[in-house]
Design a protein around this ligand. Structure first.
Ligand SMILES: Cc1cc2nc3c(=O)[nH]c(=O)nc-3n(C[C@H](O)[C@H](O)[C@H](O)COP(=O)(O)OP(=O)(O)OC[C@H]3O[C@@H](n4cnc5c(N)ncnc54)[C@H](O)[C@@H]3O)c2cc1C
Length: 398
């Protein structure tokens, strides 16, 4: 047993000062619990600060369980129902933070994501939550009862331990595997982790086809996991990205092609046949450039049907072109990985955690919340809403 003389005593230690950990700490602190947040990096809420291009897409107007991936799709329902987007919007408004809907229900700060972090800090202060940054978390032990955590400033003990250390994405922002290590230490299993909401990369052959289109963006759609994502594609110097593609990546299995609808919402076949009647002498690439960026229209013709006057295409040939436009297949050789991923798929097996309290079913007093769990949201504010919701739920009972 470690020597516990000179130790501060807390009711709750929260590991990780991110979205979920801070929300949990605030709720527990409001209930009079003595709460210590141990944050490994030099400041709290780093991912909040960098999110949404600096404006934090903090929730979504339309949050459904279907917006989340997990081996157990029912797990997220209880917490999401008990702390909704409207609850978080009310909190944001109480702090006078102006917000707007960008598109598809995605809510952003008008000014800066710094406001969300300042709001969480103010709530922590009001709830008398103690926060230690650069905490240097070391060994964690289960006591009888409670837990001890070794830190850079000595060992601390508490009755309950909340693991809110997030996922593996963006290691230089402080991400670590501590949460998974602790889960294993206390008898939990981990669903395999991988990068999600992440750009795809191409091998040299595929890059030769598209690398010079880098920077080109277009409205394009993909379908994955029974969802249609129609918020756009971006060519990068390594492969493809853009909102539709990022969403697709969370469902992608290595080796699979990514079929992209380059003309979403359009009857490509009907349109091409009508253009052949209207402009029989126009080249295919010229006509495609009416609806696609010119460089892409040229490239698709080079790689596909070639370019010649439309009158030289039979109906069957034009239908084949239309089919290609509806499902143009890109062949990623991988993703950019945790370096740029917004989220980590997989994580602590949710069947071993209570969906109402987030307490471990293996060890009483141990809690897991946020991205460290095997629950991953779609792009669009869902991951923060999950962090707020489960942080709130655990904070009510811990
Ligand atoms: C670039 C980027 C942009 C994003 N934009 C959005 C967005 O606009 N909307 C949205 O909904 N989601 C967004 N996300 C996803 C969102 O940030 C996460 O899903 C969310 O932050 C998860 O909350 P969390 O509290 O579980 O984990 P985190 O917010 O990652 O917090 C975990 C905390 O634990 C700390 N920690 C890790 N290891 C240790 C350790 N060993 N010791 C002590 N502390 C440790 C970390 O430093 C971090 O502060 C974005 C992610 C990225 C990377």
């Amino acid at each position: 047993m470690p020597d516990h003389s000179n130790q501060a005593q807390y009711d709750v230690i929260v590991l990780g000062g991110g979205a979920a950990g801070l929300m949990c700490a605030i709720q527990a602190g409001k209930r009079g619990r003595r709460v210590l947040v141990l944050e490994g990096s030099n400041r709290i809420g780093k991912k909040i600060l960098m999110s949404g291009g600096g404006r934090c897409n903090f929730t979504n107007l339309d949050v459904q369980p279907e917006n989340f991936l997990s081996a157990n799709p029912h797990f997220c329902k209880s917490a999401l129902a008990r702390y909704t987007q409207w609850d978080f919007i009310a909190l944001v408004e109480r702090h006078g933070i102006a917000w707007h809907e960008k598109e598809l229900g995605q809510l952003f700060c008008d000014e800066s994501s710094k406001q969300i972090v300042a709001m969480l800090q103010a709530e922590c202060d009001a709830a008398k939550v103690r926060i230690e940054t650069r905490a240097g978390v070391g060994e964690v032990q289960a006591l009888e009862p409670g837990f001890s955590v070794d830190t850079a400033r000595g060992s601390v003990t508490a009755g309950a331990l909340v693991v809110a250390t997030g996922g593996l994405s963006i290691p230089k922002m402080g991400a670590s595997g501590l949460g998974y290590d602790l889960a294993r230490q206390f008898g939990h299993t981990i669903k395999p982790t991988r990068a999600g909401l992440v750009p795809f990369t191409f091998d040299d052959d595929e890059l030769k086809k598209y690398a010079d289109l880098s920077g080109l963006a277009l409205p394009a759609a993909t379908e994955a996991g029974g969802h249609r994502f129609d918020s756009g594609l971006l060519f990068t110097h390594r492969g493809i990205s853009g909102p539709s593609v990022l969403q697709h990546s969370s469902y992608w299995q290595p080796g699979a092609a990514v079929a992209v609808d380059l003309l979403p919402g359009q009857d490509a076949a009907g349109w091409l046949l009508a253009r052949r009647d209207a402009r029989p002498d126009a080249q295919l690439n010229t006509v495609l450039a009416e609806v696609l960026p010119k460089r892409l229209a040229n490239r698709l013709c080079e790689l596909g049907a070639g370019s010649r006057p439309l009158k030289q295409f039979s109906e069957a040939q034009l239908l084949a072109v239309a089919n290609q436009l509806r499902a143009w297949a890109f062949r990623p050789n991988g993703t950019e990985g945790y370096r740029t991923a917004e989220v980590t798929l997989g994580g602590v097996n949710v069947d071993e955690v209570s969906s109402s309290s987030f307490e471990s079913r293996r060890l009483p007093g141990l809690y897991f919340i946020g991205e460290v769990l095997d629950v991953t949201g779609h792009l669009g504010g869902y991951n923060f809403q999950w962090a707020w919701a489960c942080g709130h739920a655990a904070g009510q009972v811990v």
